[in-house]
Design a binder for this molecule. Structure first.
Ligand code: GDP
Ligand code: FO1
Length: 306
């Protein structure tokens, strides 16, 4: 069994490749839930949904989130009634959030709800939230703290960030099966996700970092940073705000206590020796995933090392 740790859009590219290059029944995908929030009274779990839709083959590949071909009629009407319309919830996507909110209110845990949704969509891989408990990524700005979605979507990651925290993380528990998946895996893959706001919250769940250190399985990570910049999104800005070196070396350093193998881009080959100095075997590879064939070949490269 392979255990995969991921956020949403960037991680989903590799998750798609892995699911096509391995037996999906043999995959446990542990997702960030620090981005979860409540809007229109609905519990929204963007990274769980991005991964589930990707594995179901229904994700909007262009945007990286939501369902391909979805319409936005309900959103327009929510706007007419004075509701918030900056977070683009599609009509089909809304059915997911309504179902999640209903099942949670009936007493199911987030992992049980996630299982229900992925089964209904015919997804064979196990999709697990990092925790069933509420953990909230908070972005500190000079004007005060805001939620992750407010920073990411409403403000388009503009403006100064002075810190990132994960409210509730210290008291939360890993979702059932999460720690065992890491301990019992034959390989663990850390996706090229935002190290601060996608992998960071997962590592803040008590027990996960220790399980990654203790597992006998090789732990392999792919750099989300190429030539000192994120391929998409604010990972580079957030790394700088957290005082990290903005490079694949900076990512490797953050994972150095548990990662055995690290994949970096050809453009970063000059950093290979420096990263190996951290005690991490470093491989130069094609880690940009522009096409399905890129995703599959990177997945093959990763899986071959496990
Ligand atoms: P989010 O939760 O939607 O932000 O998704 P993730 O955290 O999983 O993905 C964002 C990260 O993926 C960013 O830091 C990007 O640099 C990285 N990323 C996106 N596309 C690629 C790619 O093709 N290759 C690599 N190596 N990283 C990528
Ligand atoms: N990202 C955006 O940039 N704009 C949106 O309007 C938006 C809507 C949205 C709806 C459902 C969903 O599951 C994801 C959505 N995302 C949107 C993506 C989401 O904000 C990000 O993928 C993550 O939370 C970052 O990790």
């Amino acid at each position: 069994m392979l255990a995969v740790l991921t956020g949403g859009t960037g991680g989903a590219k590799l998750v798609q490749g892995i699911s096509l290059e391995t037996d999906p029944e043999d995959l446990v995908v542990i997702c960030n839930t620090g981005d979860d929030f409540v809007l229109h009274g609905l519990h929204i779990s963007p990274d769980l949904d991005t991964i589930t839709y990707t594995l179901a083959g229904i994700s909007d590949g262009k945007k990286g989130w939501g369902i391909a071909g979805d319409t936005f009629v309900a959103l327009e009407w929510l706007g007419r009634y004075g509701g918030e319309s900056w977070f683009k919830l599609g009509d089909k996507d809304l059915a997911t959030h309504i179902t999640r909110t209903r099942l949670l209110s009936e007493g199911l845990s987030l992992s049980q709800v996630t299982d229900h949704i992925r089964n209904a969509l015919g997804v064979k891989a196990k999709v697990l939230p990092m925790s069933d408990d509420r953990v909230e990524t908070r972005i500190a700005t000079p004007a005060g703290e805001i939620s992750f979605q407010e920073y990411f979507v409403k403000r388009r990651w503009q403006g100064e960030v002075s810190g990132v925290s994960f409210a509730g993380a210290e008291r939360c528990r890993s979702a059932p099966g999460g720690l065992d998946a890491i301990r019992e895996a034959t390989g663990v893959i850390i996706c090229p996700s935002n190290p601060v706001t996608s992998i960071g919250p997962i590592l803040a769940v008590p027990g996960i970092r220790a399980a990654l250190k203790e597992t006998e399985a090789p732990v392999i990570a792919v750099s989300p940073i190429i030539q000192g910049a994120a391929v998409s999104g604010p990972a580079d800005r957030l790394m700088a705000a957290m005082g990290m070196e903005v490079s694949s070396f900076g990512v490797a350093k953050a994972y150095a206590d548990f990662v055995d193998l690290f994949l970096i881009a050809h453009e970063d080959a000059a950093l290979q020796e420096k990263i190996e100095g951290l005690g991490i075997k470093t491989i130069v590879a094609s880690i940009r995933m522009g096409s399905l064939s890129d995703k599959r070949s990177l997945a093959r490269e990763v899986v071959a090392r496990l």
